[in-house]
Write a protein that binds this ligand. Structure first.
Ligand SMILES: [Zn+2]
Ligand SMILES: [Zn+2]
Length: 551
């Protein structure tokens, strides 16, 4: 335990009266909760033991990944990502995907679902909307049952989306000029003498849009290319996808990665990635230089309409029209058919950092910390746009945001209407030029996709699997030491119910927080006892991290 531990209020050593006398303001309770690594804004859930009828109000953690919302939950989420990163980076045996064979119940439900789907398409063809609606309800119910039985993956939708417009071969210029090898079904790199597990750490950056100062602000905002910066940020995830495809084809094996997308100070996204196995530096550079992504969207350089003079929704024709002539605007797909060149092309910049890392070394641990360092911060905070940001830096972010407000983020984006194009899914409630997408929000700087990108066979586990495994580890340790949790396996099964703030049985928030703290302290004491019983020596930091993830 560190020095701060002496300041922590130890509730488990207090009498009930002492505990009741504590100043229970929400702030104090939050500080204590934070010191103990307990969620500071838990959800009060009602837990009903269906055997005994006992009802308890249980504080359930909020699960936020942002430390400005809930530091304990964000720290926990980050530690879980670190564990996921560590586990996959230097694997020395191929991960095996074990799929359970479907149970009879699952098969029967799937067969029933297929029958309903057929009936639905027949009713739809016959124009029988009432039956369609009934069938849709039944399918939704079946889907719920299938999910509850652990069926994963995509279930066929009732109304399949129309096939995308086929592009002419002329447009297929996406294959870069790289050596192409058939991709073998292995995910491990070379092993040297069966002892070393060399792996790779790579950082990919976007091109320069103009000179920036030490804080990341444009030196000359008039010549800084905010337009290209905004578009590159929005299409960065597609570029990264293409990079992994090209890498696999070029090296000839199923390369696995754990990557994080972070903003640079200038606001442009960049990618840090841990790659399992080694890829020669020159090869990675060649792949990066050859990788590009073409955006086959209609041109969006000249605004035709403004928010003051927007296109008008025609209720009868169910379409957006020109406010003066009443002529319907072309749809996104119509506008795409006439394209002869992409609206935008994204490429990486010349800066590529590649580093060889040996598994199990201190350096590997440091890079895992580096990869996950900013995950608990919002994009703009990670870019240094906090309270200490310079005025020039803020102005720079404002210019980038102004451009993002007129840059469409997807084929569904209502910003298309400013360019005279009806986006997918346009309706009477669509406001021209207003998109709720994350890409346009000031705190996202155009970086709207996932922050963590993990390939499927990295650790071969989902985040939930990792979480469950940690819990399992702690439970086993407790069991071996003969410690039984207060709620034993004989309790339950439980029913969980949401609560409303006005419910009379909901304790005030500070009490709920203290309840969570006391519970955690009890757990931690049991865990430490179990550890001592199992191993003897005092718990090391790694073990206590394990506890933190499980608790
Ligand atoms: Zn929380
Ligand atoms: Zn949008």
């Amino acid at each position: 335990m560190t020095d701060t531990a002496s300041n922590i209020v130890d509730l488990s050593r207090m009498t009930h009266q002492q505990r009741a006398a504590l100043p229970l303001s929400t702030e104090v309770a939050q500080v204590i909760a934070e010191q103990h690594g307990v969620c500071i804004r838990p959800l009060a859930m009602r837990r009903i033991d269906t055997t005994t009828g006992r009802v308890d109000i249980i504080p359930v953690p909020c699960g936020s990944t942002r430390q400005d919302q809930c530091r304990p939950c964000a720290d926990k989420a980050r530690r879980l990502r670190m564990a996921q990163c560590r586990e996959g980076w230097h694997l020395d045996t191929e991960p095996v995907i074990k799929r359970a064979t479907p149970s009879t119940e699952q098969q029967e439900l799937m067969a029933a679902r297929a029958d309903l789907l057929l009936a639905y398409s027949q009713c739809r063809a016959a124009g029988d909307e009432d039956s369609c609606e009934q069938i849709a309800d039944s399918v939704a119910e079946l889907d719920g049952q299938l999910r509850a039985l652990g069926v994963r993956g995509r279930l066929a939708p009732l109304d399949p989306a129309p096939k995308p417009v086929k592009r002419s071969t002329r447009r297929r210029q996406d294959a870069p000029n790289l050596p192409r090898r058939p991709v073998e079904r292995r995910t491990l790199g070379q092993v040297f003498a069966g002892r070393y597990r060399p792996s790779t750490f790579v950082t990919l950056t976007l091109d320069s849009y103009g000179k920036v100062d030490a804080h990341g602000a444009a030196i000359d905002p008039d010549t800084y290319d905010y337009r290209r910066a905004a578009r590159d940020a929005i299409h960065f995830p597609a570029l990264v996808d293409r990079f992994w495809q090209n890498t696999r084809r070029c090296v000839g094996w199923d390369v696995q990665y754990f990557g994080t997308v972070e903003p640079q100070k200038r606001g442009a996204p960049h990618l840090h990635a841990a790659i399992r196995g080694t890829i020669p530096r020159a090869e990675l550079r060649a792949i990066t230089a050859a990788t590009y992504h073409q955006v086959w969207w209609p041109p969006h350089d000249q605004q035709i309409y403004t928010q003051q003079r927007p296109p008008v929704w025609d209720t009868r024709a169910k379409t957006f029209t020109d406010p003066d002539t009443g002529v319907p605007l072309p749809t996104f797909d119509q506008a795409c058919q006439e394209l002869t060149e992409p609206a935008h092309v994204v490429r990486f910049g010349p800066q590529v950092h590649v580093k060889g890392i040996l598994g199990g070394t201190e350096e590997a641990g440091r890079h895992i910390g580096y990869l996950t360092k900013y995950l608990t911060k919002s994009i703009s905070h990670a870019a240094g746009l906090g309270e200490q940001a310079t005025e020039a830096h803020r102005e720079h972010a404002r210019c980038l945001h102004a451009e993002l407000l007129i840059t469409p983020c997807s084929p569904r984006c209502p910003i298309w209407l400013l360019y005279g194009i009806q986006p997918h899914g346009a309706r009477h409630s669509t406001t021209p030029g207003r998109c709720k997408g994350k890409a346009h929000k000031p705190e996202h700087l155009g970086i709207a996709g996932r922050r963590v990108l993990v390939s499927r066979k990295w650790s071969n586990k989902t985040l939930d699997d990792h979480r469950a495994e940690r819990g399992q580890f702690v439970r086993q340790l407790l069991e071996q030491a003969g410690i039984h949790p207060a709620h034993g396996p004989q309790d339950g099964p439980y029913l969980w119910e949401r609560t409303a703030p006005a419910d009379p049985d909901i304790p005030p928030r500070p009490v709920l927080l203290m309840q969570a703290v006391a519970e955690r302290q009890r757990w931690k004491a049991e865990y430490t006892a179990a550890q001592l019983a199992a191993t003897g020596p005092p718990p090391d930091t790694n073990r206590s991290a394990t506890f933190d993830q499980a608790a």
